[in-house]
Write a new protein. Structure first.
Length: 330
């Protein structure tokens, strides 16, 4: 190496020092001065103790919280980091269990999360990634889809895309033609990303599309259909069960008092609670009833503790479905 090359490496000494402290230390893993000098030599950097003391002070001035200890266990360690280990564990769990990420992409993201902490804590993240019994998407385009959709929503641009389902042999079966819609919002429900949009073929209502089943998304120059001025994604999601699309209508439901937590979890604390009697309460809420099976399945969780009061047509539909299921098991 030329003298000029050695000089350039020496100028990077303080940056390599920070890298060594970041990657190797925490309050339970200190690094001694001889170890620092040895690590720097691995990068082709020679240094003396005095120079390292000055560099550590420079890093402290810059904002790095570096603690030095004395005695039999003397050494240095870095304290402040962008993420605490507990926060990284939560993120690692979410990445590993997310159904919209492929196994390969989950592993890649976990590896990137490991670079945000030291090598000792990274081992704990590796132990966090095993989640049993979770189906993962096979669509490698999901993350790039999310990025394209966010851009289309921000720019208020119409999109077109191919949409597919799976057949019984687990092969993709594309629906005819490309879908075209005006995208309004992305939401995360049932461990999946969904796009809420105004579909050109059904402009009278909102439609939800599974993002992991979208391919070849293009942002077009076709006229964008603006959302209704009073559209609120939070209110829309309250009326939607399992992200099925359809028309909404007001529904009165009655519950036993013991189900108050379940109702608040589903509809939020803003829901108006109506007194029914000492043992029951009632609510009015908008429910998408065009495809009521998902709503019925949620209601069935509570058995005889929950009841549809109005409208009578929906009550009759629920009763008919229950009878059909019961007949199947006779």
């Amino acid at each position: 190496m030329t003298d000029n090359g050695k000089s350039n490496i020496q100028r990077l000494k303080v940056m390599y020092l920070y890298k060594i402290l970041f990657e190797n230390t925490d309050e339970n893993h200190k690094i001694s001065m001889p170890e620092i000098l040895s690590e720097l030599e691995q990068y082709g950097i020679t240094a003396g103790r005095k120079g390292i003391y000055e560099d550590i002070e420079a890093l402290r001035t810059f904002g790095a919280e570096i603690i030095g200890t004395k005695g039999s266990n003397s050494g240095y360690y870095l304290v402040n980091r962008t993420f605490e280990l507990s926060e990284l564990k939560v993120l690692a769990d979410e990445v590993s269990s997310s159904k919209f990420l492929t196994e390969k992409r989950s592993r890649e993201l976990i590896k990137k999360l490991e670079t945000l902490t030291n090598i000792h804590s990274a081992k704990q993240l590796q132990r966090q990634v095993y989640v049993v019994g979770r189906g993962k998407t096979q669509n490698e385009q999901t993350l790039s889809n999310v990025d394209i959709l966010h851009r289309a929503i921000a720019e208020k641009r119409k999109i077109s895309f191919a949409y597919f389902d799976y057949d019984t042999k687990k092969h993709k079966k594309y629906r005819s033609g490309k879908r075209t819609c005006s995208p309004y919002a992305l939401t995360f429900s049932n461990e999946q990303y969904y796009l809420v949009a105004r579909y050109d073929k059904r402009p009278d209502l909102l439609t939800n599309f599974r993002v992991d089943r979208m391919e070849r998304i293009d942002i077009t120059d076709e006229p964008f259909i603006k959302a209704d001025p009073d559209f609120k994604i939070s209110e829309y999601l309250k009326s939607t069960f399992s992200m099925f699309s359809g028309h909404s209508e007001p529904v009165r439901l009655c519950f036993e008092n013991s189900l108050i937590n379940a109702v608040i979890d589903r509809f939020g604390k803003d829901i108006t609670i109506l007194s029914d009697d000492n043992e029951h309460f009632a609510i009015w809420t908008d429910v998408q009833t065009e495809q009521p099976a998902a709503f019925f399945s949620w209601l069935f969780l509570f058995g005889t503790q929950a009841e549809i009061v109005e409208p009578p047509e929906l009550k009759q539909q629920y009763s008919a479905m229950l009878h059909k299921v019961a007949d199947k098991y006779k």
